[in-house]
Design a protein. Structure first.
Length: 611
């Protein structure tokens, strides 16, 4: 994996090489093994390299023989050897062993359609010198990020916001619409960024920019889930998992896997253990917690022992204040998923042993593993009159009163039922806890996305929405930033697009049947490890925030420390001064720790960038 960045002067002028250097070196953590820049007329490309394949000759930005097509690229193309053979048959000569060169010659041979041929995880930008055009591409599921800033005069891009923020013409202002969405969902969704004038390129999209025009095109959309009933599904699932894992084992550096002991990571680890091409005993990694309620390490060890894996477990402890500041630095934008804490610790531990790690991310979305799916399966939409009555009663009940939340959900349509389950701050919170600046209407919502989602039922629709939003916005962002902060490449076999397209054909009951989640994946794993290692309650990757952050009042103390930096003892961010106190008061009726964490993250981020 690597870090990419660049500048395109759309009108006139030459990029400042010192600015390009600053943007490039802001991503040194993503690529400590090398750096490269390219300047030509109005274009500058930057690259930081983490060497995985083509160790001796994969330097970037990379060009063709005539030096008129250039690329800066972050990712892995798993089918690059097949594409290389095809391109060589067309007369293209390769000078390196790197998968990067396939993108250069593939663009020469097939133009923009090279994107359709790539199997892997990637974000890259091609500079087509004869056409004075840049083409930026993000992989189908959004494993690798790409941010950009576009005006009639300027196009900036980078793997992380911190690279773009090094450019003097990048606005340094918060985008309040995006902050509103961050508070609702815990992350900036879709094409939004928390910095004004900055956007994310959405998964499965590319952006074409020349001097006069630009366009964003969607080239891939997640398929409808539960759409068919393929023959020999069990045997084919076994084959698909093994094939996908095998192609992602290619590496010229040490490689291992995360193994929490849960279903998804165990599926990947079991497939690795079966692979006959691995000479050394595969290594797996797990983070344990001193609190038994959160600790899965004993399960991970049991799975590893059954598969004969070399397993590493590390029990983590936390420096709360220092860690909050560190995470704000890593994530660049407000991020409410506190499991970023153990994810960062896991990546740091794994990097001591390997440079590449395989992860089980994606199994919950593709195979129906979230508890909210079970709730949606049990929900029934009430007649409209009953819904309205429930909503009226819920709105008149004081916040935090037991039963208010259930009544509120009863008053919702199915799209809003889903949104309610995944929302961090509900509408009532905006009035009570946040300033009027954030109590605003934004023309984007998960409910709207759910309403137009394909699928035979609410669970399949929810899975599709999660693949479009929650997965890239939360899960994959969490892993990308945590791993890249430690110069570790993480691969996600269960999100290989060929595998996802096949898995989508499984009938709904293979994902969620008789109230059981991930039926097909559990049955698959049961063919490889003892069943008693599978049949246990789902734990997730939660963290004991209150315990780590100083006990029962630890979060409140951190809030007071942040407010002490303001001359009037308030938050600089659009959060009411009593927000954390009010959330702590409500904690007896519902767990508000996640909301407090989001408030603290937002305020720390705000102070870092705008004070």
């Amino acid at each position: 994996m690597c870090g990419i960045t660049g500048i395109f002067q759309r009108r006139e002028g030459r990029p400042d090489p010192q600015v390009l250097d600053a943007m490039t070196d802001a991503l040194v953590h993503r690529g400590p093994d090398g750096r490269g820049t390219y300047l030509h007329e109005g274009v500058g490309l930057g690259h930081r390299r983490l060497s995985i394949i083509g160790l001796s000759d994969g330097q970037q930005p990379m060009t063709n023989r005539t030096r008129d097509i250039w690329v800066t690229y972050n990712g892995e193309i798993y089918n690059y050897m097949l594409l290389k053979q095809e391109l060589e048959s067309l007369g293209y000569e390769f000078r390196t062993h790197s998968d990067t060169e396939v993108i250069v010659h593939g663009y020469q041979a097939w133009g923009d359609h090279v994107i359709d041929r790539l199997r892997g995880i990637f974000a890259f930008v091609i500079y087509d010198q004869p056409r004075r055009r840049l083409l930026g591409v993000r992989d189908r599921l959004g494993v690798k990020p790409l941010y950009y800033h576009l005006t009639p005069e300027l196009f900036l891009f980078g793997s992380e916001p911190k690279a773009l923020l090094k450019h003097p013409r990048m606005p340094k202002r918060p985008d309040l619409d995006t902050i509103h969405l961050c508070m609702r969902y815990g992350y900036p969704p879709a094409h939004y960024s928390a910095f004004a004038g900055m956007h994310q390129l959405e998964p499965g999209c590319y952006i074409s920019v020349d001097r006069e025009h630009h366009r964003v095109v969607r080239y891939w959309t997640p398929p409808e889930l539960g759409s068919d009933d393929p023959p020999n599904a069990d045997a084919e699932l076994d084959r698909q998992v093994d094939e996908t894992v095998e192609i992602e084992l290619m590496s010229e550096v040490p490689l291992g896997a995360f193994l929490s002991g849960g279903i998804d990571s165990s599926v990947v680890a079991a497939s690795i253990a079966r692979n006959p091409k691995l000479i050394e005993r595969p290594r797996t990694f797990c983070i344990g917690f001193p609190e038994p309620k959160y600790d899965e390490s004993k399960y991970s060890k049991a799975v590893a022992d059954s598969l004969g894996l070399a397993h590493h477990v590390e029990t983590m402890s936390v420096d709360s204040l220092g860690l909050l500041d560190k995470l704000v630095e890593i994530y660049d934008e407000p991020f409410g998923d506190s499991s970023a804490i153990p994810t960062y610790a896991l990546c740091k531990m794994a990097r001591q042993h390997v440079t590449v790690a395989l992860s089980g991310d994606g199994g919950d979305e593709v195979f129906g593993g979230y508890r909210r799916y079970k709730k949606l399966h049990g929900y029934r939409e009430l007649p409209s009159l009953a819904r309205r009555a429930s909503a009226i009663v819920a709105n008149r009940m004081p916040t935090g009163v037991r039963g208010a939340g259930r009544l509120e959900r009863m008053g919702l349509t199915m799209p809003h039922q889903y949104e309610h389950e995944i929302t961090l701050f509900q509408h009532r919170h905006f009035e009570e806890l946040l300033t009027p600046d954030l109590d605003r209407q934004v023309d984007w919502s998960l409910a709207d996305l759910f309403a137009r989602a394909p699928g035979k039922g609410p669970v399949q629709k929810a899975q599709w929405v999660d693949l479009m939003s929650y997965l890239p916005g939360d899960i994959l962002t969490k892993v990308d930033r945590a791993s890249m902060a430690n110069s570790l490449e993480v691969r996600v076999p269960l999100l290989d697009h060929v595998f996802v397209e096949w898995a989508a054909t499984l009938p709904p009951e293979k994902a969620f049947g008789d109230g059981q989640m991930k039926v097909a994946l559990k049955d698959h794993l049961a063919r490889r490890v003892p069943r008693n290692l599978i049949d246990r309650p789902k734990m997730g990757f939660g963290v004991p925030l209150e315990y780590w952050l100083g006990g029962e009042n630890g979060l409140t103390r951190i809030a007071e420390g942040l407010k002490a930096k303001h001359p009037q003892g308030k938050f600089y961010s659009p959060v009411r001064a009593n927000a954390v106190t009010e959330l702590a008061r409500q904690h007896g009726h519902s767990d508000t720790t996640a909301q407090v964490w989001m408030v603290l993250f937002l305020e720390t981020w705000w102070q870092r960038h705008f004070v």
